[in-house]
Design a protein around this ligand. Structure first.
Ligand code: ADP
Ligand code: ASP
Ligand code: MG
Length: 459
Protein backbone atom coordinates (compact mmCIF):
# COMPACT_ATOMS: atom_id res chain seq x y z
CA UNK A 1 0.00 0.00 0.00
CA UNK A 2 1.52 3.32 -1.02
CA UNK A 3 1.60 6.54 0.97
CA UNK A 4 1.76 5.03 4.44
CA UNK A 5 4.24 5.25 7.25
CA UNK A 6 7.43 3.24 7.33
CA UNK A 7 7.49 -0.28 8.77
CA UNK A 8 9.31 1.09 11.83
CA UNK A 9 6.56 3.57 12.57
CA UNK A 10 4.00 0.80 12.25
CA UNK A 11 5.93 -1.37 14.70
CA UNK A 12 6.01 1.40 17.25
CA UNK A 13 2.31 1.94 17.06
CA UNK A 14 1.62 -1.77 17.54
CA UNK A 15 4.56 -2.85 19.70
CA UNK A 16 3.01 -6.18 20.65
CA UNK A 17 3.41 -7.54 17.13
CA UNK A 18 1.97 -7.81 13.75
CA UNK A 19 -0.93 -9.81 15.18
CA UNK A 20 -2.78 -6.57 15.99
CA UNK A 21 -4.30 -5.55 12.70
CA UNK A 22 -4.68 -1.92 11.72
CA UNK A 23 -8.18 -0.50 11.61
CA UNK A 24 -10.04 0.06 8.38
CA UNK A 25 -12.75 2.72 8.56
CA UNK A 26 -15.58 1.79 6.19
CA UNK A 27 -18.00 4.55 5.15
CA UNK A 28 -21.15 3.55 3.28
CA UNK A 29 -23.00 6.13 1.14
CA UNK A 30 -26.74 6.67 0.76
CA UNK A 31 -27.44 4.18 -2.02
CA UNK A 32 -25.27 1.57 -0.29
CA UNK A 33 -27.60 1.61 2.73
CA UNK A 34 -30.89 2.46 1.01
CA UNK A 35 -32.74 -0.80 1.75
CA UNK A 36 -32.59 -4.04 3.71
CA UNK A 37 -31.14 -5.76 0.65
CA UNK A 38 -28.35 -3.17 0.51
CA UNK A 39 -27.66 -3.55 4.25
CA UNK A 40 -27.19 -7.28 3.71
CA UNK A 41 -24.46 -6.46 1.20
CA UNK A 42 -22.91 -4.12 3.76
CA UNK A 43 -22.99 -6.89 6.34
CA UNK A 44 -21.25 -9.31 3.97
CA UNK A 45 -18.56 -6.71 3.24
CA UNK A 46 -17.94 -6.09 6.95
CA UNK A 47 -17.88 -9.82 7.72
CA UNK A 48 -15.36 -10.43 4.96
CA UNK A 49 -12.56 -8.47 6.69
CA UNK A 50 -12.00 -8.26 10.46
CA UNK A 51 -10.02 -5.02 9.97
CA UNK A 52 -13.32 -3.29 9.08
CA UNK A 53 -14.07 -2.47 12.69
CA UNK A 54 -15.37 1.08 12.45
CA UNK A 55 -18.34 1.78 10.20
CA UNK A 56 -19.72 5.18 9.19
CA UNK A 57 -23.13 5.06 7.48
CA UNK A 58 -25.09 7.71 5.57
CA UNK A 59 -28.86 8.03 5.82
CA UNK A 60 -30.83 5.83 3.40
CA UNK A 61 -30.50 7.30 -0.10
CA UNK A 62 -32.46 6.42 -3.21
CA UNK A 63 -33.42 2.75 -3.23
CA UNK A 64 -34.54 3.04 -6.87
CA UNK A 65 -34.83 5.75 -9.53
CA UNK A 66 -37.68 8.06 -8.53
CA UNK A 67 -37.15 7.40 -4.83
CA UNK A 68 -36.34 10.30 -2.44
CA UNK A 69 -33.36 10.44 -0.08
CA UNK A 70 -34.33 10.37 3.60
CA UNK A 71 -32.17 13.48 4.15
CA UNK A 72 -34.26 15.40 1.59
CA UNK A 73 -37.47 14.28 3.31
CA UNK A 74 -36.11 15.44 6.66
CA UNK A 75 -35.29 18.91 5.30
CA UNK A 76 -38.84 18.97 3.96
CA UNK A 77 -40.20 18.14 7.42
CA UNK A 78 -38.22 21.04 8.85
CA UNK A 79 -39.71 23.39 6.23
CA UNK A 80 -43.22 22.19 7.01
CA UNK A 81 -42.67 22.75 10.74
CA UNK A 82 -41.28 26.23 10.06
CA UNK A 83 -44.50 27.07 8.22
CA UNK A 84 -46.53 25.73 11.13
CA UNK A 85 -47.79 22.79 9.06
CA UNK A 86 -48.11 19.17 10.17
CA UNK A 87 -45.34 16.76 9.14
CA UNK A 88 -48.07 14.35 8.04
CA UNK A 89 -47.28 11.95 5.25
CA UNK A 90 -43.72 13.13 4.82
CA UNK A 91 -42.85 11.96 8.31
CA UNK A 92 -44.87 8.77 7.87
CA UNK A 93 -42.83 7.95 4.77
CA UNK A 94 -39.58 8.38 6.72
CA UNK A 95 -40.78 6.29 9.66
CA UNK A 96 -42.10 3.55 7.37
CA UNK A 97 -38.79 3.42 5.58
CA UNK A 98 -36.79 2.76 8.75
CA UNK A 99 -39.34 0.37 10.19
CA UNK A 100 -39.58 -1.52 6.91
CA UNK A 101 -35.81 -2.02 6.85
CA UNK A 102 -35.75 -3.22 10.48
CA UNK A 103 -38.62 -5.64 9.88
CA UNK A 104 -37.12 -7.03 6.69
CA UNK A 105 -33.73 -7.51 8.34
CA UNK A 106 -35.40 -9.19 11.30
CA UNK A 107 -33.25 -7.36 13.86
CA UNK A 108 -34.51 -6.92 17.41
CA UNK A 109 -34.73 -3.16 17.57
CA UNK A 110 -37.69 -1.06 18.61
CA UNK A 111 -37.40 2.32 16.91
CA UNK A 112 -40.70 3.74 18.14
CA UNK A 113 -39.29 5.88 20.98
CA UNK A 114 -36.42 7.22 18.85
CA UNK A 115 -38.75 8.05 15.98
CA UNK A 116 -41.26 9.72 18.30
CA UNK A 117 -38.59 11.91 19.88
CA UNK A 118 -37.24 13.00 16.48
CA UNK A 119 -40.72 13.81 15.16
CA UNK A 120 -41.67 15.79 18.26
CA UNK A 121 -38.48 17.83 18.21
CA UNK A 122 -38.69 18.57 14.47
CA UNK A 123 -42.38 19.50 14.75
CA UNK A 124 -41.50 21.60 17.79
CA UNK A 125 -39.13 23.80 15.80
CA UNK A 126 -35.72 22.10 16.05
CA UNK A 127 -33.07 23.37 13.60
CA UNK A 128 -32.70 22.22 9.99
CA UNK A 129 -29.39 20.63 10.96
CA UNK A 130 -31.03 18.64 13.75
CA UNK A 131 -33.79 17.48 11.40
CA UNK A 132 -31.35 16.44 8.65
CA UNK A 133 -29.03 14.66 11.08
CA UNK A 134 -31.75 12.23 12.18
CA UNK A 135 -31.33 10.23 8.95
CA UNK A 136 -27.82 9.19 9.93
CA UNK A 137 -28.54 9.12 13.68
CA UNK A 138 -31.41 6.64 13.32
CA UNK A 139 -29.90 4.59 10.54
CA UNK A 140 -26.71 4.23 12.57
CA UNK A 141 -28.72 2.44 15.24
CA UNK A 142 -30.27 0.14 12.65
CA UNK A 143 -26.90 -0.76 11.21
CA UNK A 144 -25.32 -1.22 14.66
CA UNK A 145 -28.10 -3.65 15.59
CA UNK A 146 -27.70 -5.54 12.32
CA UNK A 147 -23.93 -5.82 12.72
CA UNK A 148 -23.88 -6.43 16.46
CA UNK A 149 -21.81 -3.27 16.82
CA UNK A 150 -21.59 -0.57 19.50
CA UNK A 151 -23.39 2.65 18.49
CA UNK A 152 -21.63 5.94 19.22
CA UNK A 153 -23.70 9.10 18.75
CA UNK A 154 -21.67 11.43 16.50
CA UNK A 155 -22.86 14.41 18.59
CA UNK A 156 -20.73 13.06 21.44
CA UNK A 157 -17.48 12.78 19.48
CA UNK A 158 -17.55 15.17 16.49
CA UNK A 159 -17.21 18.84 17.48
CA UNK A 160 -17.35 22.14 15.61
CA UNK A 161 -15.78 25.35 16.91
CA UNK A 162 -17.44 28.77 17.03
CA UNK A 163 -16.39 29.47 13.45
CA UNK A 164 -18.14 26.28 12.32
CA UNK A 165 -14.89 24.48 11.56
CA UNK A 166 -14.01 21.05 12.87
CA UNK A 167 -12.69 21.34 16.41
CA UNK A 168 -9.52 19.31 16.95
CA UNK A 169 -10.96 17.99 20.23
CA UNK A 170 -12.82 15.64 17.91
CA UNK A 171 -9.79 13.43 17.29
CA UNK A 172 -9.00 12.37 20.88
CA UNK A 173 -12.73 12.05 21.61
CA UNK A 174 -13.22 9.53 18.80
CA UNK A 175 -10.04 7.65 19.69
CA UNK A 176 -11.07 7.36 23.35
CA UNK A 177 -14.54 6.04 22.60
CA UNK A 178 -13.34 3.55 20.00
CA UNK A 179 -10.86 1.92 22.37
CA UNK A 180 -13.19 -1.02 22.90
CA UNK A 181 -13.39 -4.52 21.55
CA UNK A 182 -15.65 -5.28 18.63
CA UNK A 183 -17.25 -3.21 15.94
CA UNK A 184 -18.33 0.38 16.24
CA UNK A 185 -20.87 2.39 14.22
CA UNK A 186 -20.53 6.18 14.13
CA UNK A 187 -23.22 7.89 12.01
CA UNK A 188 -21.92 10.29 9.38
CA UNK A 189 -22.80 13.90 8.48
CA UNK A 190 -23.20 15.55 11.91
CA UNK A 191 -21.66 16.47 15.23
CA UNK A 192 -22.30 19.20 17.76
CA UNK A 193 -21.40 22.89 17.75
CA UNK A 194 -19.70 24.92 20.50
CA UNK A 195 -23.02 25.23 22.33
CA UNK A 196 -23.76 21.51 22.15
CA UNK A 197 -26.42 21.84 19.43
CA UNK A 198 -26.45 19.38 16.54
CA UNK A 199 -24.66 20.71 13.47
CA UNK A 200 -24.09 19.01 10.11
CA UNK A 201 -21.35 19.19 7.52
CA UNK A 202 -22.50 20.34 4.07
CA UNK A 203 -24.41 17.90 1.85
CA UNK A 204 -22.58 14.64 1.20
CA UNK A 205 -20.72 15.21 4.47
CA UNK A 206 -20.65 11.60 5.68
CA UNK A 207 -17.52 11.35 3.53
CA UNK A 208 -15.96 13.94 5.85
CA UNK A 209 -17.00 12.08 9.02
CA UNK A 210 -15.38 8.92 7.65
CA UNK A 211 -12.15 10.79 6.93
CA UNK A 212 -12.12 12.43 10.37
CA UNK A 213 -12.68 9.07 12.09
CA UNK A 214 -9.88 7.51 10.00
CA UNK A 215 -7.53 10.29 11.11
CA UNK A 216 -8.53 9.96 14.76
CA UNK A 217 -7.86 6.21 14.77
CA UNK A 218 -4.68 6.32 12.68
CA UNK A 219 -6.49 3.93 10.38
CA UNK A 220 -4.45 2.00 7.85
CA UNK A 221 -7.19 2.52 5.27
CA UNK A 222 -10.28 4.64 4.69
CA UNK A 223 -12.76 2.71 2.56
CA UNK A 224 -15.51 4.76 0.94
CA UNK A 225 -18.23 2.41 -0.34
CA UNK A 226 -20.53 3.88 -2.97
CA UNK A 227 -22.42 2.92 -6.14
CA UNK A 228 -19.59 3.12 -8.68
CA UNK A 229 -16.42 1.01 -8.89
CA UNK A 230 -14.14 3.93 -8.06
CA UNK A 231 -13.41 7.37 -9.36
CA UNK A 232 -14.08 7.09 -13.06
CA UNK A 233 -11.75 8.68 -15.57
CA UNK A 234 -14.55 11.05 -16.47
CA UNK A 235 -18.18 11.74 -15.65
CA UNK A 236 -20.23 8.62 -16.48
CA UNK A 237 -23.06 10.85 -17.71
CA UNK A 238 -20.75 12.04 -20.51
CA UNK A 239 -18.85 8.84 -21.25
CA UNK A 240 -21.03 5.92 -20.21
CA UNK A 241 -18.19 3.41 -20.43
CA UNK A 242 -15.68 5.59 -18.54
CA UNK A 243 -13.26 3.24 -16.81
CA UNK A 244 -12.30 3.44 -13.13
CA UNK A 245 -8.98 4.97 -12.14
CA UNK A 246 -6.74 2.42 -10.41
CA UNK A 247 -4.62 4.88 -8.47
CA UNK A 248 -4.71 8.67 -8.12
CA UNK A 249 -2.99 11.13 -5.78
CA UNK A 250 -4.85 13.39 -3.37
CA UNK A 251 -3.71 16.40 -5.40
CA UNK A 252 -4.88 14.99 -8.70
CA UNK A 253 -8.26 14.15 -7.20
CA UNK A 254 -8.51 17.69 -5.85
CA UNK A 255 -7.96 19.08 -9.37
CA UNK A 256 -10.67 16.79 -10.75
CA UNK A 257 -13.14 17.53 -7.94
CA UNK A 258 -12.62 21.24 -8.32
CA UNK A 259 -13.68 20.94 -11.93
CA UNK A 260 -16.79 18.92 -11.15
CA UNK A 261 -15.94 15.24 -10.51
CA UNK A 262 -18.18 14.80 -7.49
CA UNK A 263 -17.66 11.28 -6.21
CA UNK A 264 -16.08 12.35 -2.88
CA UNK A 265 -16.85 15.41 -0.72
CA UNK A 266 -14.13 18.03 -1.24
CA UNK A 267 -13.36 18.31 2.46
CA UNK A 268 -12.92 14.56 2.87
CA UNK A 269 -9.37 14.58 1.57
CA UNK A 270 -7.65 16.86 4.09
CA UNK A 271 -8.13 14.78 7.27
CA UNK A 272 -6.68 11.61 5.74
CA UNK A 273 -4.02 13.36 3.72
CA UNK A 274 -2.67 14.83 6.93
CA UNK A 275 -1.78 11.30 8.04
CA UNK A 276 -1.06 9.75 4.68
CA UNK A 277 -3.98 7.32 5.03
CA UNK A 278 -5.04 6.01 1.62
CA UNK A 279 -8.69 6.21 0.56
CA UNK A 280 -10.17 3.30 -1.34
CA UNK A 281 -13.37 4.11 -3.27
CA UNK A 282 -15.33 0.85 -3.62
CA UNK A 283 -18.63 -0.34 -5.07
CA UNK A 284 -21.06 -1.92 -2.56
CA UNK A 285 -22.84 -3.63 -5.46
CA UNK A 286 -19.62 -5.08 -6.89
CA UNK A 287 -17.45 -5.76 -3.85
CA UNK A 288 -14.92 -7.80 -5.83
CA UNK A 289 -13.93 -4.76 -7.90
CA UNK A 290 -10.72 -3.23 -6.51
CA UNK A 291 -11.96 0.36 -6.91
CA UNK A 292 -9.70 3.41 -6.80
CA UNK A 293 -6.83 3.97 -4.38
CA UNK A 294 -6.26 7.62 -3.50
CA UNK A 295 -2.69 7.98 -2.23
CA UNK A 296 -0.03 10.58 -1.46
CA UNK A 297 2.25 9.53 -4.29
CA UNK A 298 1.99 7.27 -7.27
CA UNK A 299 4.25 6.01 -9.97
CA UNK A 300 2.74 7.52 -13.10
CA UNK A 301 4.29 4.88 -15.40
CA UNK A 302 2.88 5.37 -18.85
CA UNK A 303 -0.48 6.58 -17.56
CA UNK A 304 0.17 10.30 -17.89
CA UNK A 305 -3.44 11.45 -17.90
CA UNK A 306 -5.38 10.15 -14.93
CA UNK A 307 -8.74 11.89 -15.41
CA UNK A 308 -10.76 14.54 -17.18
CA UNK A 309 -13.45 16.81 -15.70
CA UNK A 310 -15.36 19.75 -17.12
CA UNK A 311 -17.87 22.39 -16.07
CA UNK A 312 -20.01 24.95 -17.86
CA UNK A 313 -20.69 28.53 -16.80
CA UNK A 314 -17.61 30.69 -17.39
CA UNK A 315 -16.91 34.00 -19.11
CA UNK A 316 -13.52 35.06 -20.51
CA UNK A 317 -12.57 38.72 -20.56
CA UNK A 318 -9.60 39.29 -22.84
CA UNK A 319 -7.55 42.45 -22.60
CA UNK A 320 -5.26 43.26 -25.51
CA UNK A 321 -2.72 46.05 -25.50
CA UNK A 322 0.49 46.30 -27.53
CA UNK A 323 3.59 46.20 -25.33
CA UNK A 324 1.60 45.55 -22.15
CA UNK A 325 4.64 43.76 -20.79
CA UNK A 326 6.51 47.07 -20.59
CA UNK A 327 3.86 48.66 -18.35
CA UNK A 328 4.87 47.95 -14.79
CA UNK A 329 1.90 46.90 -12.69
CA UNK A 330 -0.39 46.15 -15.65
CA UNK A 331 -1.44 42.72 -14.38
CA UNK A 332 -2.07 44.04 -10.90
CA UNK A 333 -4.28 46.83 -12.23
CA UNK A 334 -6.31 44.28 -14.20
CA UNK A 335 -6.89 42.15 -11.12
CA UNK A 336 -7.57 45.23 -8.97
CA UNK A 337 -10.55 46.02 -11.18
CA UNK A 338 -12.03 42.61 -10.37
CA UNK A 339 -11.18 42.88 -6.69
CA UNK A 340 -12.90 46.26 -6.37
CA UNK A 341 -16.16 44.62 -7.42
CA UNK A 342 -15.66 41.59 -5.18
CA UNK A 343 -15.24 39.22 -8.13
CA UNK A 344 -12.92 36.24 -7.68
CA UNK A 345 -11.38 34.77 -10.81
CA UNK A 346 -10.38 31.24 -11.84
CA UNK A 347 -7.47 31.65 -14.25
CA UNK A 348 -5.42 34.33 -15.97
CA UNK A 349 -3.86 32.89 -19.12
CA UNK A 350 -1.48 35.30 -20.83
CA UNK A 351 -0.13 35.85 -24.34
CA UNK A 352 2.47 38.37 -25.56
CA UNK A 353 0.08 41.29 -25.79
CA UNK A 354 -2.97 39.73 -24.19
CA UNK A 355 -4.12 38.87 -20.71
CA UNK A 356 -7.36 36.99 -20.17
CA UNK A 357 -9.33 36.65 -17.00
CA UNK A 358 -11.61 33.64 -16.66
CA UNK A 359 -14.51 34.18 -14.27
CA UNK A 360 -17.33 31.87 -13.16
CA UNK A 361 -20.66 33.38 -14.25
CA UNK A 362 -22.03 33.26 -10.72
CA UNK A 363 -19.26 35.69 -9.72
CA UNK A 364 -20.55 38.22 -12.24
CA UNK A 365 -23.89 38.85 -10.56
CA UNK A 366 -24.47 40.57 -7.24
CA UNK A 367 -26.79 39.39 -4.48
CA UNK A 368 -29.82 40.97 -6.16
CA UNK A 369 -29.03 39.19 -9.44
CA UNK A 370 -27.78 42.29 -11.29
CA UNK A 371 -24.83 41.79 -13.65
CA UNK A 372 -21.49 43.33 -12.69
CA UNK A 373 -20.02 42.82 -16.17
CA UNK A 374 -20.61 46.34 -17.52
CA UNK A 375 -19.03 47.84 -14.43
CA UNK A 376 -15.92 45.67 -14.73
CA UNK A 377 -15.52 46.54 -18.40
CA UNK A 378 -15.88 50.27 -17.73
CA UNK A 379 -13.33 50.06 -14.96
CA UNK A 380 -10.85 48.12 -17.13
CA UNK A 381 -11.37 50.58 -19.99
CA UNK A 382 -10.77 53.59 -17.77
CA UNK A 383 -7.75 52.32 -15.87
CA UNK A 384 -5.91 50.37 -18.59
CA UNK A 385 -6.80 52.02 -21.91
CA UNK A 386 -6.52 48.67 -23.74
CA UNK A 387 -6.45 48.34 -27.54
CA UNK A 388 -9.33 45.87 -27.37
CA UNK A 389 -11.48 44.41 -24.67
CA UNK A 390 -13.25 41.21 -25.68
CA UNK A 391 -15.87 39.26 -23.75
CA UNK A 392 -16.57 35.60 -24.50
CA UNK A 393 -19.53 34.27 -22.53
CA UNK A 394 -20.84 30.70 -22.54
CA UNK A 395 -17.53 28.98 -21.94
CA UNK A 396 -16.89 25.58 -20.44
CA UNK A 397 -13.58 24.65 -18.83
CA UNK A 398 -12.07 21.20 -19.07
CA UNK A 399 -9.24 20.04 -16.84
CA UNK A 400 -7.11 17.17 -18.13
CA UNK A 401 -5.27 15.98 -15.04
CA UNK A 402 -2.16 13.90 -14.38
CA UNK A 403 0.97 14.54 -12.33
CA UNK A 404 3.87 15.85 -14.37
CA UNK A 405 1.81 15.78 -17.54
CA UNK A 406 2.79 19.27 -18.59
CA UNK A 407 6.39 17.96 -18.75
CA UNK A 408 5.65 14.72 -20.57
CA UNK A 409 6.73 15.09 -24.16
CA UNK A 410 3.86 15.07 -26.60
CA UNK A 411 1.02 15.10 -24.08
CA UNK A 412 -0.16 18.60 -24.95
CA UNK A 413 0.15 17.82 -28.65
CA UNK A 414 -2.02 14.71 -28.26
CA UNK A 415 -4.59 16.69 -26.29
CA UNK A 416 -4.89 19.46 -28.85
CA UNK A 417 -4.85 17.22 -31.90
CA UNK A 418 -7.63 15.10 -30.40
CA UNK A 419 -9.72 18.25 -30.00
CA UNK A 420 -8.87 19.47 -33.50
CA UNK A 421 -9.87 16.09 -34.97
CA UNK A 422 -13.22 16.36 -33.20
CA UNK A 423 -13.54 19.88 -34.64
CA UNK A 424 -13.72 21.48 -31.22
CA UNK A 425 -12.77 25.13 -31.23
CA UNK A 426 -10.37 25.74 -28.33
CA UNK A 427 -10.90 29.27 -27.08
CA UNK A 428 -8.44 29.34 -24.24
CA UNK A 429 -5.51 27.31 -22.88
CA UNK A 430 -3.99 27.38 -19.43
CA UNK A 431 -1.18 25.04 -18.39
CA UNK A 432 -1.69 25.16 -14.65
CA UNK A 433 1.49 26.06 -12.78
CA UNK A 434 0.85 22.99 -10.62
CA UNK A 435 2.08 20.95 -13.62
CA UNK A 436 -0.80 18.63 -12.82
CA UNK A 437 -3.21 19.77 -15.44
CA UNK A 438 -3.93 21.52 -18.70
CA UNK A 439 -7.13 23.53 -18.79
CA UNK A 440 -8.85 24.32 -22.04
CA UNK A 441 -11.82 26.59 -22.57
CA UNK A 442 -14.39 25.51 -25.18
CA UNK A 443 -17.88 26.64 -26.08
CA UNK A 444 -20.46 25.17 -23.71
CA UNK A 445 -22.15 23.34 -26.58
CA UNK A 446 -18.86 21.50 -27.26
CA UNK A 447 -18.26 20.32 -23.69
CA UNK A 448 -19.40 16.70 -24.03
CA UNK A 449 -17.81 16.32 -27.48
CA UNK A 450 -14.50 17.66 -26.18
CA UNK A 451 -14.47 15.44 -23.09
CA UNK A 452 -15.18 12.38 -25.22
CA UNK A 453 -12.38 13.29 -27.63
CA UNK A 454 -9.83 13.69 -24.81
CA UNK A 455 -11.06 10.51 -23.12
CA UNK A 456 -10.69 8.47 -26.30
CA UNK A 457 -7.17 9.80 -26.77
CA UNK A 458 -5.90 8.96 -23.30
CA UNK A 459 -8.10 6.16 -21.89
P1 ADP B 1 -22.73 8.24 -2.06
O1 ADP B 1 -24.18 8.44 -1.80
O2 ADP B 1 -22.30 6.82 -1.99
O3 ADP B 1 -21.89 9.16 -1.21
P2 ADP B 1 -22.48 10.01 -4.38
O4 ADP B 1 -23.74 10.13 -5.15
O5 ADP B 1 -22.12 11.12 -3.44
O6 ADP B 1 -22.48 8.61 -3.60
O7 ADP B 1 -21.24 9.82 -5.37
C1 ADP B 1 -21.23 8.79 -6.35
C2 ADP B 1 -21.71 9.32 -7.70
O8 ADP B 1 -20.80 10.32 -8.20
C3 ADP B 1 -21.76 8.31 -8.79
O9 ADP B 1 -22.97 7.56 -8.75
C4 ADP B 1 -21.62 9.15 -10.07
O10 ADP B 1 -22.89 9.41 -10.65
C5 ADP B 1 -21.06 10.50 -9.59
N1 ADP B 1 -19.83 10.90 -10.31
C6 ADP B 1 -19.61 12.09 -10.93
N2 ADP B 1 -18.38 12.13 -11.48
C7 ADP B 1 -17.80 10.94 -11.21
C8 ADP B 1 -16.52 10.37 -11.51
N3 ADP B 1 -15.57 11.02 -12.20
N4 ADP B 1 -16.29 9.13 -11.06
C9 ADP B 1 -17.21 8.45 -10.34
N5 ADP B 1 -18.43 8.92 -10.05
C10 ADP B 1 -18.73 10.16 -10.46
N1 ASP C 1 -27.26 12.17 4.08
C1 ASP C 1 -26.47 13.36 3.80
C2 ASP C 1 -26.81 13.91 2.43
O1 ASP C 1 -27.68 13.38 1.78
C3 ASP C 1 -25.00 13.14 3.98
C4 ASP C 1 -24.40 12.05 3.13
O2 ASP C 1 -25.10 11.21 2.57
O3 ASP C 1 -23.16 12.03 3.02
O4 ASP C 1 -26.25 14.90 2.03
MG1 MG D 1 -21.47 11.18 -1.45
Amino acid sequence: MAGRQSADAQDQRFPAAAAVPGVTVAKFGGTSVASAAQLRKVQAIIDADPARRVIVPSAPGKAHAGDTKVTDLLYLCHQLAAKGQALGQVWDTIAARFQGIVAELGVALDLSAILREARERIAGGASADYAASRGEAIHGRVLAAALGATYIDAAEVVFFDRAGRLDRRTFPAIAARCRIAGRVVIPGFYGSDHAGEVKTFSRGGSDVTGAVVANALDATLYENWTDVSGVLMTDPRVVAEARPITEITYRELRELSYMGASVLHEEAVFPVREKGIPINIRNTNRPADPGTMIVAERDAGNQVVVGIAGTKGFTVIQIEKAMMNTEVGFGRRVLDAFERLGISYEHTPTGIDTLSVVVADRQLVDASGTSKLEQVLEDLQATLRPDTLKVTPGMALIATVGQGMTHAVGTAARLFSSLAKARVNVRMIDQGSSEQNIIVGVEEADLALAIRAIYNEFA
